[in-house]
Design a protein around this ligand. Structure first.
Ligand SMILES: Cc1cc2nc3c(=O)[nH]c(=O)nc-3n(C[C@H](O)[C@H](O)[C@H](O)COP(=O)(O)OP(=O)(O)OC[C@H]3O[C@@H](n4cnc5c(N)ncnc54)[C@H](O)[C@@H]3O)c2cc1C
Length: 475
């Protein structure tokens, strides 16, 4: 068995197959893990890609436990979702669903929406609601019911935080399935979302309920997860080995032609799992499933950069204390776990995570610095990344000072670029994935998994890896 791609999807598949097959994992990069990668900054481990695991769905957390990392799982500090919007940091009132405020009254006076924006929300329940039959973009549906301002200022930054995507392109059915279900039933939206939050009314937590922890981290970094999964799988892992071509032998086996630092390599196996980004899978599938190739090739990707910065903690505190009477000595500054930024305000920053506040282990490992990371770049914002690393560091620092006040200058910085790192689930994504699966399902001994299909989060990727392994073993 060959798994092409040593990210978390492929490694999960390899791990699930450990009792059934001898598995070889081919990884094009010098190391495994894909977007789960932990580096170091100022002597401390820092995640350069994903830094949290969804805990509301079980797959990623369970996998961590299964491969012996249960003791390393940790909760983030509780903090409200905060937006840097209209020139100030403003917490989003509780009771929102992916930025959609279920109670318009909570928005009044927050500065997040204008009076007209709040009035538009209040008006939603009076609008006619016809059942929708087709998938539409998030912006088309939500803009029509809640107004463009709510889409731009509340929903876009939350979606941007996950997909680095644009609401006018993202599929409602794929990225907001429960909202899409309301649209398909033709019900007023806010009342339906509130109903889901009442006891027995659905799966959203109630606004006043103690909140379940939505995500968890791993002490030492989430980059530990793929390493532990690979080790537990017992698979042979070949790094620096990029699959170039997939061939079918006359006997119905698979042959993978790969490029390595030492020259080409040819491997043969009964079955192959492609656990690579959609554009790579499209290339490899072209001779075998041209229809799948076209659909996979049509999936857009957003490029982003993560800029991790270490500020001297004492300096940040001194400056904060001196910056206004509201700050008391010893106060942790800045507060909260970070903030999201609406694209409409025109800043380079898309999101900021205060690592030293969010993850206790990081604060404890580096008590003298304040660690944070910024995220820059959404789909169709490639121009923001077409600059040297030092410019990304500079624009991060300048905008951090605008948002937070002066917190000093960083003593260390690390820039990680994720070119075409996040697949975009455009309108019709579910149908596109169904067509791909149908085409590939007809080819024996071939399966797909990865972030392009059923969710970009680590938990969803783990689920696709498990499903691909099952598909191969069950035939
Ligand atoms: C900056 C960033 C932050 C994120 N933050 C979070 C987060 O906090 N929480 C969360 O749940 N999700 C997050 N995500 C999403 C999540 O990390 C990814 O969707 C997920 O890790 C993808 O896993 P994968 O195995 O499907 O793909 P990848 O991680 O992309 O792995 C695919 C692997 O295949 C290799 N490869 C590609 N082509 C070939 C080839 N031809 N031959 C051999 N190998 C090949 C690549 O080198 C790569 O290692 C984030 C993503 C990014 C980019």
């Amino acid at each position: 068995m060959i798994v092409v791609g040593g990210g978390i999807s492929g490694l999960t598949a390899a791990w699930r197959l450990r009792a059934d097959a001898e598995v070889t994992v081919l990884e094009g990069a010098p190391r495994i893990g894909g977007k789960l990668r932990t580096g170091t900054l100022a002597g401390v481990p820092v995640d350069e890609g994903a830094e949290s695991l969804m805990a509301l769905r079980p797959e990623a957390v369970r996998l961590a436990e299964e491969v012996g990392l249960g003791d390393a799982l940790c909760d983030p500090a509780p903090a409200p979702t905060t937006l840097w919007s209209n020139g100030a940091l403003r917490p989003l009132p509780r009771g929102h669903v992916m930025g959609i405020p279920t109670d318009p009254d909570t928005m009044a006076g927050t500065g997040l929406l204008s009076d007209e924006g709040v009035a538009r929300l209040r008006n939603e329940e009076t609008l006619p609601a016809e059942p929708t039959a087709e998938d539409v973009s998030v912006a088309e549906y939500l803009g029509g019911r809640l107004g463009q301002e709510t889409v731009d200022r509340l929903v876009e930054p939350l979606l941007g935080g996950v997909y680095a995507g644009r609401p006018d392109r993202l599929s409602l059915r794929t990225v907001l399935p429960r909202v899409a279900a309301v649209a398909e039933r033709g019900e007023p939206l806010l009342a339906a979302l509130r109903q889901m939050r009442t006891p027995g009314g659905g799966s959203f937590p109630r606004a006043d309920a103690p909140r379940p922890v939505p995500v968890q981290g791993l002490r030492g970094g989430t980059g530990r997860l793929p390493l532990a999964v690979a080790a537990a799988s017992g698979a042979r892992v070949l790094t620096g080995t990029r699959a170039r071509e997939l061939q079918r032998t006359p006997g119905g086996r698979w042959r993978v032609l790969a490029a390595t630092g030492d020259g080409p390599l040819l491997l043969e196996a009964d079955a192959v799992i492609l656990a690579v980004p959609a554009y790579e899978a499209a290339e490899l599938l072209r001779p075998h499933a041209p229809l799948a190739d076209a659909d996979l090739g049509a999936i857009q990707h957003a490029s982003t950069a993560v800029v991790t910065l270490a500020f001297p903690r004492a300096e940040a505190l001194v400056r904060a204390r001196g910056s206004g009477p509201g700050h008391i000595p010893g106060e942790v500054f800045p507060e909260g776990n970070g903030f999201l930024v609406p694209a409409v305000d025109g800043h380079a920053l898309k999101a900021v995570t205060f690592l030293s506040n969010k993850w206790r282990w990081q604060r404890e490992e580096a008590p003298d610095v304040f660690l944070l990371r910024t995220s820059i770049g959404r789909v169709a914002e490639e121009h923001r990344l077409a600059v040297p690393d030092r410019h990304l560091v500079r624009s991060s620092v300048i905008e951090l000072h605008q948002a937070l006040g002066s917190i000093g200058e960083p003593v260390a910085a690390r820039v990680t670029r994720w070119e075409r790192g996040l697949p975009q689930y455009g309108v019709g994504h579910i149908e596109r994935v169904a067509r791909v699966r149908e085409a590939v399902g007809k080819i024996p001994g071939l399966a797909l998994c990865g972030a392009a299909y059923d969710g970009v989060g680590v938990a969803a990727c783990v689920a696709t890896g498990t499903a691909a392994a099952r598909q191969i073993t069950e035939g």
